[in-house]
Write a protein that binds this ligand. Structure first.
Ligand code: SAH
Ligand code: SF4
Length: 349
């Protein structure tokens, strides 16, 4: 296996240059090409001597991922299916917003959490992504946008996978994001979404990073949450919410609670009142998510009037709530669907 350049810290790139017998300033040049100028091959690093570029080509993998399939929605949302070195694939979504473009990044191939409404979890868990593979998705999107004269402003870890179930890679990724010599993006522009792995939420709180945390709540009580999200049996609501409170205390960031509205499951006015009671007094925001229907699943989205009524009940109880704009509905938008569709087509499985 070749060394993956995206996986290396600046100190490790410096060490690599030393081993290769190159002057120290070459490390800074490579870092600049890779992280700031958006080079995707060694050939583009034109201020490096040809001999070094050839040596790098032979010994080091730059770490970019090839785009296997692309889907573009009428609303501008773009979904990329990227090819991983071992033949697995991963989905990345580009969300164009007036306030700045955003990328939705995956952290695992599949997911082991088994949420009942989620397409990502359907094929089960295959493997964790490495920090470099998570970062390659970001650079892919950044470079694509840059070529169109646009700028990547926000990142959401809301693609396939449970980021906190891939703790080591996710933390290494977040370190590379903040590092001014690498991506150099403030964690204020990043949102990590979790199904609620309590010990990891506590560990993240200890970091004290200004990272936005989104928590998939999706139910106002344990009975419904157990049915939708098996993880709730391990970390029930009465453990999850105090962990979130600690996160707010340690980081000063507000939490977003995500709540998918499923017809006749969790969308009644009594559920809204229960949810308001649960969150009352907490520094938070509720993001109501219209369910993206997944083929073969029993769940149906709540009708729009019920979504609005739900939001109004929360608001009347003083809970800040918004309805997420549905994007990419025409391109099999529920995370994991492009991968599920393309698996057969592109790999002949
Ligand atoms: N594993 C993490 C992050 C990835 S999922 C988590 O669960 O939070 C990102 C968000 O998409 C979660 O809130 C998840 O519940 C939601 N989601 C999953 N399937 C969905 C669907 N079919 N329609 C709408 N949202 C969905
Ligand atoms: Fe995994 Fe999140 Fe999907 Fe649940 S909702 S199966 S945690 S990706």
């Amino acid at each position: 296996m070749k060394t993956n350049l995206l996986a290396l810290t600046p100190a490790e790139i410096a060490a690599l240059m030393e081993i290769m017998g190159e002057p120290a300033y070459r490390a800074a040049q490579i870092l600049d090409w890779l992280w700031h100028k958006g080079a995707e091959s060694f050939a583009q690093m034109t201020n490096l001597p040809l001999s070094l570029r050839q040596k790098l080509e032979q010994q080091v993998d730059i770490g970019f991922l090839e785009v296997l399939a692309k889907q573009k929605s009428a609303d501008g949302t773009e979904k990329l299916l990227l090819d991983l070195a071992d033949g697995q694939t991963v989905e990345t979504v580009i969300l164009p917003y007036d306030i700045g473009d955003s990328a939705c990044i995956s952290t695992q191939v599949g997911c082991r959490m088994g949420c009942a409404f989620c397409a990502s979890g359907q094929p089960g868990f295959i493997r964790n992504l490495t920090a470099a593979e998570i970062m390659a998705q970001v650079l892919q999107v950044r470079n694509l946008l840059q070529r169109k004269g646009r700028k990547l402003k926000n990142l959401v870890l809301m693609g396939t996978g449970e980021p906190l179930d891939n703790w080591t890679a996710t933390v290494a990724f977040l370190e590379a994001v903040q590092d001014p010599q690498r991506l150099g993006m403030s964690l204020r522009h990043i949102t990590l979404s979790t199904s609620g792995l309590v010990p990891k939420i506590l560990a993240l709180a200890e970091k004290g990073w200004p990272l936005n945390l989104a928590v998939s709540l999706h139910a106002p009580n344990n009975k419904i949450r157990n049915r939708l999200m098996p993880i709730n049996k391990k970390y029930p609501i009465e453990e999850l919410l105090p962990a979130c409170d600690l996160y707010v205390e340690k980081t000063g960031r507000r939490i977003t609670y995500e709540y998918i509205l499923l017809a006749e499951v969790n969308d009644g006015s009594q559920h809204a009142r229960e949810c308001a009671q649960l969150l009352s007094g907490r520094i938070c925001h509720v993001n109501l998510i219209p369910f993206n229907a997944v083929p073969g699943m029993q769940w149906q989205p709540s009708p729009p009037e019920k979504v609005i009524a739900f939001r109004n009940v929360l608001k009347s109880h003083g809970i800040n709530a918004t309805i997420r704009r549905k994007m990419g509905a025409d391109i099999a938008a529920a995370c994991g669907q492009l991968r599920n569709i393309c698996k057969n087509k592109t790999r002949g499985e």
